[in-house]
Ligand binder design. Structure first.
Ligand code: UDP
Length: 235
């Protein structure tokens, strides 16, 4: 396998499958199976999960809610998704631990870096819930932060599209996909990979990002085998 330790970022929306809201159990099971395949090869897997399928702080704020209050709800949503993913992985026989950035001791371990790294060494999948634990951040930022902290080799951003295009492929059928692109070119061309805070943190810490379609069966395994799937962002 090309990478020893990865951080997989899954958006909350990805868990919805074809639904408008919440969690699709079939999608969850598929993801758990894909993740199991790479752990069998000895890849150490850390996961950051989003919460957009349940709640986003910005959406709350646009309806008059206090932003920080809304972000707290969003962070709790990521813990709910983390619990669901943990359960799905354990149904597949994959050992896991859920660590939360906000203390919620009855349901998840607190985030403790050394402990997270030990779990990874022992072959447990570590799911990080609660984002960064701070309002005004996103789970993309949490993903980059945790990846750097646990010394992951790469961040894999599983999305609905199969990589980074020069224009939006869902709106423009002449859009062209990049196989590789530099951080500078992403910024120069104004392409959207992650929010700026997350993207800059990744660039500054020389952490490569691979954007790929997580909904295509076998794709995660292909990325780990070094096949040319998705788009890789490098220095
Ligand atoms: N959130 C937060 N701090 C963080 C991460 C997330 O406050 O460090 C909140 C924020 O309200 C966000 C929500 O949690 O809208 C869900 O996260 P995100 O939107 O990143 O989820 P995704 O788009 O990946 O589903």
């Amino acid at each position: 396998m090309k990478y020893k330790r990865i951080l997989l970022k899954l958006s909350g929306e990805a868990l919805m499958g074809d639904r408008q809201y919440g969690i699709d159990p079939d999608r969850l099971r598929e993801y758990a199976q894909e993740i199991k395949e790479i752990t069998k090869e000895g890849v150490e897997v850390a996961i950051v999960i989003g919460g957009g399928n349940i709640f986003r702080g910005v959406a709350g704020a646009s309806n008059g809610m206090d932003r920080v209050q809304g972000d707290h709800m969003g962070m709790l949503a990521t813990v709910i998704n983390g619990l669901a993913l943990q359960s799905a992985l354990e149904n597949e026989g994959v050992p896991t631990r859920l660590q939360s950035a906000i203390k919620i001791n009855e349901v998840a371990e607190p985030f403790i870096r050394r402990r997270a790294m030990r779990h990874l060494e022992k072959g447990r999948v570590v799911i990080f819930g609660g984002g960064t634990g701070n309002p005004y951040f996103t789970t993309d930022s949490a993903a980059v932060l945790r990846a750097i902290e646990v010394e992951a080799n790469v961040i894999l951003k599983g999305t609905r599209v199969d990589g980074i295009y020069n224009t939006d492929p869902e709106k423009d059928n002449t859009a062209v996909k990049f196989d590789n692109i530099s951080f500078d070119d992403v910024l120069r061309k104004g392409l959207k990979v992650m929010d700026t805070t997350a993207f800059t943190l990744s660039q500054e810490n020389e952490l490569p990002i691979i954007v790929f379609d997580m909904n295509k069966k076998g794709n995660l395994y292909k990325v780990l085998s070094g096949e040319n799937v998705g788009t890789q962002v490098n220095l």
